[in-house]
Design a protein around this ligand. Structure first.
Ligand SMILES: Cc1ncc(COP(=O)(O)O)c(C=O)c1O
Length: 452
C-alpha cells in the first residue's frame, strides 16, 4: 500500500492558530455551497493517521472525537485500508438486498459472531444509524403487529421521521418539524446526575431505576399507552447525544423484564455506545442483557458508511419485500466491516478500550479535583464525558464555558465534541495509548485554564 506521501509526524503540532488561512477559505466555501447542518468547530481536515488529524494548514491534532465515534481503529488503519483497496478493483456495488455476494454474508457472520446472545441472529444492512432505527421500527411492528413505541427523555436515535419521533435530546432537532411518526411517548431516563425524581442517583441507583420503571408502569402503560398498543421500548444502553448518561446497572435488565411481562420488545440502540467503545463489544453487555433487536452504525466499518440491525432470527421479516434498500451491505462497506472486526480482535482493541478508559477516567477525575467548574465525570471505557457547571451544588449547566473549552481545545490541538447541554465527550480511537491520552488531556487542561 502506497501511503508515504500522506504520512506526517504523529504528534500534536499547532503551527498557525487555527483556523489558518487555507482552512478559513474552505469554511467560507462550505458555508456558501453546503446546506446548514450541525457544524461545531472550524477544523478543516486533510489527512489522518491513527489518532491524529492533519489540517489543510499543516496543524496536527489529537482526535478525541473520532468522527463522532466512528474511526475506532484509528484513521487509515493499514489492514482495513488494504482490504478495501483490494475490493476497489473487484466490485463496488451490486445491490445486496436483491442479489447475492459472499462479502455481505461474511460481514453478517462477523457482526453476528460478536453480538451478545446465544440465539440465532439475522442481520439487515443499512447505511447509517437513523436507517438502522427505521428498520428496527419495522421489525418491531411486523413481529408484534403493534404500532406504538416508548422511548426516553434525553434520547437520540436519528433525524429521519421515524427515528426523529424517538429523539428527545435537543429541541432544535424537532423545531418546525412536527408531525413526525405518531404513536411515540417519552418517559424519564434514570439519569444519576441530573434526575427528575429527586433521588440522589449515585447513592441510590436501585431506587432511581425503580422510580423510572414505576413511572412507566403506573402512568404510561396504565393511563395512556396500554401495552396492547406498544411494540417496543427504543433505548440507548448509555445515552450518547443526551450527555453520556450511564443509567444504574440494574436498569436494562428490569426494563427488559417489564417488556417481556407485557409482550413488548426492546430495541437496543448501540449506534454510539457499541462496537468496543465501552471496553466490551456491546455496551449492553455491561448491563447483563442480550437484546432481541440491536441497531448499529458508526464504528462498524471504521468510517465507510454502514449501519446494521441485528435481530433474533425469530423476529425476521416473514415475507420478501417488507423492507429493503439499495446500498445496504455495499461491497466496500462489507469488506471494511469484516476487516474492522478482524483487526479489533487481532489487536485487542476492545480490551485496550477498557484499560485505556481507566487511565483516561483517572486523568479526568484529577481535572475535576483541580477545577470545580467540572461537576461530573462519567462514562464507561473510552466513552467518557466531563460536565461543566456554574455551581457544583445547583449543577446549573455552564454552556458557554463548555463551548469555550471546546474551541480553545481545538486551538491547542485536540479535537473535542460537546454532548448534552454542557458536557464534552472524550471518545478517541480505541487504539490510543496512555501517552497519547496524556497528550490529549494536557491540551484539554490548557483549554480549561484559558477559558476560565
Ligand atoms: C444512539 C444513536 N442512534 C442513532 C444515531 C443516528 O445515526 P446517524 O447519524 O448515522 O443517522 C446516532 C447518531 O449520533 C446515535 O448516537
Amino acid at each position: 500500500m502506497q501511503t508515504n506521501e500522506n504520512d506526517f509526524e504523529m504528534k500534536v503540532n499547532i503551527k498557525v492558530v487555527p483556523p489558518g488561512p487555507k482552512g478559513k477559505k474552505i469554511v467560507e466555501e462550505d458555508t456558501e455551497y453546503l446546506a446548514t447542518s450541525s457544524k461545531s468547530l472550524p477544523i478543516v481536515a486533510k489527512r489522518g493517521r491513527g489518532v491524529y488529524i492533519q489540517d489543510v494548514d499543516e496543524n496536527v491534532y489529537i482526535d478525541f472525537a473520532a468522527g463522532i465515534g466512528v474511526n475506532n481503529m484509528g484513521h487509515i488503519h493499514p489492514y482495513i485500508t488494504e482490504k478495501v483497496q483490494e475490493q476497489l478493483f473487484k466490485l463496488w456495488h451490486f445491490a445486496g438486498t436483491d442479489f447475492y455476494y459472499q462479502e455481505q454474508v461474511d460481514a453478517a457472520k462477523a457482526i453476528s459472531s460478536v453480538t451478545p446472545g446465544k440465539f440465532k441472529k439475522k442481520v439487515f444492512f443499512t447505511n447509517s444509524g437513523t436507517e438502522s432505527v427505521e428498520a428496527a421500527i419495522k421489525f418491531a411492528k411486523v413481529a408484534t403487529r403493534k404500532q406504538e413505541f416508548i422511548s426516553f427523555i434525553g434520547a437520540f436515535h436519528g433525524r429521519s421521521q421515524g427515528s426523529l419521533s424517538m429523539t428527545a435530546s435537543k429541541g432544535i432537532q424537532k423545531k418546525y418539524l412536527f408531525p413526525s411518526m405518531p404513536g411515540v411517548e417519552h418517559v424519564p431516563f434514570p439519569n444519576p446526575y441530573r434526575n427528575i425524581f429527586g433521588i440522589d442517583g449515585y447513592e441510590h441507583p436501585q431506587e432511581l431505576t425503580n422510580a423510572a420503571l414505576d413511572f412507566i408502569e403506573k402512568y404510561t402503560l396504565k393511563m395512556y399507552m396500554p401495552p396492547e398498543n406498544v411494540a417496543a421500548f427504543v433505548v440507548e444502553p448509555i445515552q450518547g447525544e443526551g450527555g453520556y448518561i450511564v443509567p444504574p446497572m440494574d436498569f436494562h435488565k428490569k426494563l427488559r423484564k417489564l417488556a417481556d411481562d407485557n409482550n413488548m420488545l426492546v430495541v437496543m440502540d448501540e449506534v454510539q455506545a457499541g462496537f468496543g467503545r465501552t471496553g466490551k463489544f456491546f455496551a449492553s453487555e455491561h448491563f447483563g442483557v442480550e437484546p432481541q433487536i440491536i441497531t448499529l452504525a458508526k464504528a462498524i466499518a471504521n468510517g465507510l458508511p454502514m449501519g446494521a440491525v441485528v435481530v433474533d432470527s425469530k423476529l425476521d421479516f416473514p415475507e420478501l419485500g417488507l423492507h429493503s434498500n439499495t446500498y445496504g451491505g455495499n461491497l466496500l462497506a462489507s469488506v471494511a466491516s469484516k476487516a474492522t472486526i478482524e483487526a479489533m480482535k487481532k489487536e485487542g482493541a476492545v480490551e485496550n478500550a477498557a484499560k485505556r478508559g481507566k487511565h483516561l477516567r483517572q486523568r479526568l477525575e484529577e481535572l475535576k479535583e483541580r477545577y470545580d467548574v467540572i461537576g461530573d465525570v462519567r462514562g464507561i471505557g473510552l466513552m467518557q464525558a466531563i460536565d461543566f457547571v456554574k455551581d457544583r451544588r445547583t449543577k446549573e449547566p455552564a454552556v458557554k464555558l463548555r463551548n469555550d473549552v471546546e474551541y480553545k481545545g481545538f486551538q491547542n490541538g485536540i479535537i473535542l465534541l460537546g454532548t448534552g447541554e454542557s458536557a464534552i465527550r472524550l471518545i478517541p480511537p480505541l487504539i490510543i495509548t496512555d501517552e497519547q491520552i496524556d497528550e490529549g488531556v494536557e491540551c484539554l487542561e490548557k483549554a480549561i485554564k484559558q477559558s476560565l
